[in-house]
Every structure is written in structure tokens, then in C-alpha cells.
Ligand binder design. Structure first.
Ligand SMILES: [Zn+2]
Length: 190
């Protein structure tokens, strides 16, 4: 019913043939876009591996594609997440890192909060030496409306532990994810 109201408000006829099944399709799309509310992010990280065979370097998963929706306009945010952590004793399957991004992305979000939630959950569950999360997002509310900046992307980051305190560790991570401009910004900040 709400979708029919929106269609009518936009100026179209919800009763015309091409739009008849649209409300049901929108409901199914919403179920997928906002599936994150029914999932516990730490559950995806419940299974950790303690045996790391002396591995003591950083673990990085980059270019994790995500789709989220901004809480201000419910417009899509399409982007990529890059995650790094320096394990202390526990590591997690890499697909779980992508799951973690997905659980938080599939909610109404602002990119800053999404970035922090991913980093803080990893920190809490894995208790590593440090966590680094960088997100690049194209915001539908900016690319398709408002100021109409169709190519602008927003970059947010959260650095914890050694990634915050140790400039070399941070640089190593930023170089590995090859995020344009960020390495330079990291140098400036250090
Ligand atoms: Zn927005």
C-alpha cells in the first residue's frame, strides 16, 4: 500500500499494467537491502581460529563490494570496503569479513557509522593488535540529486591499535589497499 502511494505521489498510476506487481517486487528488494537488522554481526565471527602457525603479519581483505542505503534519503550507497587487522592469537575466515560488512551495510546507514561499526566489531571479537577499515562510497543522494556530483566518492576510515599508533603499519596497510590519495593523506596526518 505504501509503495502504491509513492507511485501515485510520483505522478504515475499504480494500477497500470507495468506497475501492478511493483509493490511486491519492492517488498522483496527491501527484504534483501535491509536484511542486516535480523542478523547478529558477531555471530558471523563466532568461529575463529587460534592456530595461526606463528603468522604475525597483517591480514588484509580489500575491494569488498557493498551496497547500503543512507538514512537521510534511503538512497543507495555503492562502494568498496578494505579491512586489515594484525592478529594477536585469533584469525577469522576471510569470507566472514565480507559477511560482517554485509550485515552492517544492509541497514539504514551513514558511511561514518558503517565504518566504525565494522572496525569496532572486529576489535571486540578478535582482540587483535589493531584494526584498519577504509570505505569508499558513491552516495546516490549526491550523485543523482542535490548537487549532482556524479563522480564524487566519499572515503572514511577507522584505525585502531597499531594502525592508529604506528605510522609504518598504517602506511603498509594504505599502500596494500592502494587507495588513491589516502596514502598521501596518511603521510600528511602522521
Ligand atoms: Zn543521503
Amino acid at each position: 500500500m505504501a509503495v502504491r502511494t509513492l507511485i501515485r505521489w510520483a505522478g504515475d498510476d499504480p494500477g497500470r499494467e507495468g506497475l501492478l506487481d511493483t509493490p511486491a517486487r519492492v517488498v522483496r528488494a527491501y527484504e534483501q537491502w535491509f536484511a542486516g537488522y535480523s542478523q547478529d554481526p558477531s555471530q558471523h565471527l563466532a568461529r575463529t581460529f587460534e592456530e595461526v602457525s606463528g603468522y604475525d603479519e597483517m591480514v588484509i581483505l580489500r575491494d569488498i563490494a557493498f551496497v547500503s542505503h543512507c538514512e537521510h534519503h534511503m538512497a543507495p550507497i555503492v562502494g568498496r570496503a578494505h579491512i586489515g587487522y594484525l592478529p594477536r592469537t585469533r584469525v577469522v575466515g576471510i569470507s566472514k569479513l565480507a559477511r560482517l560488512v554485509e550485515v552492517y551495510a544492509r541497514r539504514l546507514q551513514i558511511q561514518e557509522a558503517l565504518t566504525a561499526e565494522i572496525a569496532d566489531t572486529l576489535e571486540r571479537v578478535l582482540a587483535p593488535h589493531g584494526v584498519a577499515v577504509v570505505l569508499e562510497g558513491a552516495h546516490g543522494c549526491m550523485t543523482s540529486r542535490g548537487v549532482g556530483q556524479s563522480t564524487a566518492t566519499m572515503v572514511t576510515s577507522r584505525m585502531l591499535g597499531v594502525f592508529r599508533d604506528n605510522r609504518e603499519t598504517r602506511q603498509e596497510f594504505l599502500a596494500a589497499i592502494d587507495c588513491r590519495g589516502l596514502a598521501a593523506a596518511g603521510r600528511a596526518a602522521a
